[in-house]
Design a protein around this ligand. Structure first.
Ligand code: ATP
Length: 360
């Protein structure tokens, strides 16, 4: 049985986690797959307020030992450390577990409220892979600020870049096989101005040679920001540095039309965390109206990743059933929560996903 470490987190976190676990159970049962075993562990702003600890060591150990980690949302603006910063154990986990590959799928389901008016918007289906442990974040909190200037350091290592690109190429191969068409990976950088990005690009091109079945190309980040608005349907898999990825992934979430539809994964060599892109939404917490779909789609990403890791294809089928069911709700504009223009509660929306599983 696969063990899933669950962090319910803060705000709407517990409200969207419970129905997500129900959806995962239903999807696995419908495919005759063995259920997952879930164990919930404490972390987050609420836990910090009670105990003075945001991410207990026992929770990190449980996360390390699990087959995968499902995390909802953490942090509350009103609860801060003495230095005024917010409680962000989800970011600490990325560094502690070496989760270098941030995977942000941008797939516009027909019926989703994308702000793009183009009839081709429904074709948008790409994945952004954001390096998540170095780049401009490698030395965060160590910036040097004097009266007259401020300096930050960007660091890109060969070791992490090689792992990042290999991961990205394997992901593109898997997508190409699932979709039955050739795959393409675009390296997004600023190699025309910064030597560090030339270094990044050269490693990309060197590693690409081991994946001759994939098309590869490169793009400057400023141009990519424009193309993600003008012709986002042209891209398959993008890979980039941490800060560029931070910005472009929000642009991608903007294309989806709602944070409530944006899932994500943070993947390393020995662990992987799956969580929605949105925060803990304290303004609507406790009302039962939060959109569970980003959390549910993150759960589907977890099943798809476990399918490859554990060589259990049935999990990929269950993942694709969940995506199909979410797509059906959006296409039919029914049982959606308020952020998507509907009136359904969190539970009603999740129940509708369960009812739509496996429907033609
Ligand atoms: P963080 O910095 O922790 O990522 P944030 O400041 O970006 O958080 P969110 O908590 O993501 O903010 O909330 C931004 C807005 O989106 C809020 O108005 C919130 O209610 C809304 N929102 C976020 N997630 C959902 C959701 N799942 N369902 C409905 N509304 C949501």
């Amino acid at each position: 049985m696969l063990n899933i470490c669950v962090f319910e987190g803060d705000g709407i976190g517990p409200e969207i986690m419970a129905p997500t676990l129900r959806v995962l159970d239903a999807a696995l049962a419908a495919r005759g797959a063995e259920p997952l075993s879930y164990a919930s562990h404490p972390a987050g702003a609420g836990h910090y307020q009670k105990t003075g600890e945001a991410l207990p060591e026992a929770s990190v150990a449980a996360a390390r030992a699990a087959d995968a980690i499902l995390l909802s949302a953490m942090g509350l603006p009103a609860i801060r450390k003495p230095d005024g910063t917010e409680i962000t154990p989800q970011i600490e986990l990325r560094f502690r577990l070496g989760l270098y590959a941030g995977v942000r799928p941008v797939r516009v389901f027909p019926g989703a409220p994308t702000p793009l008016a183009s009839p081709r918007a429904g074709e948008i289906d790409f994945v952004l892979v954001r390096e998540s442990t170095e780049g401009l974040f490698a030395h965060m909190n160590e910036g040097i600020v004097t009266e007259d200037d401020a300096t930050e350091l960007l660091r890109i290592t060969r070791k992490t870049s090689e792992k990042l690109f290999d991961f990205t190429f394997r992901l593109a191969e898997r997508r190409a096989a699932q979709k039955g068409r050739p795959g393409r990976v675009t390296c997004v950088d600023k190699a025309n101005v910064f030597r560090a990005f030339w270094f990044f690009r050269e490693i990309f091109e060197a590693r690409a040679k081991a994946f001759p079945g994939l098309a590869t190309d490169t793009a400057y980040v400023d141009a990519m920001a424009m193309w993600m608005v003008q012709r986002p349907w042209d891209f398959d898999v993008l890979v980039t540095e941490n800060m560029f990825g931070d910005i472009l992934s929000d642009l991608g979430a903007g294309l989806l039309g709602s944070l409530g539809l944006a899932p994500s994964a943070d993947i390393g060599d020995d662990a992987a965390v799956f969580q929605p892109c949105h925060g803990s939404a304290p303004d609507i917490a406790g009302q039962g109206v939060a959109n569970p779909l980003a959390m549910i789609l993150s759960g589907a990403m977890m099943l798809d990743w476990l399918a490859g890791e554990k060589d259990m294809p049935v999990l990929a089928l269950a993942a694709s059933d969940i995506e199909g069911a979410v797509g059906r709700l959006l296409a039919e504009q029914r049982d959606l929560t308020g952020d998507l223009g509907g009136t359904a509660s969190t539970e009603v929306c999740a129940d509708a996903v369960i009812a739509a599983l496996g429907q033609p």
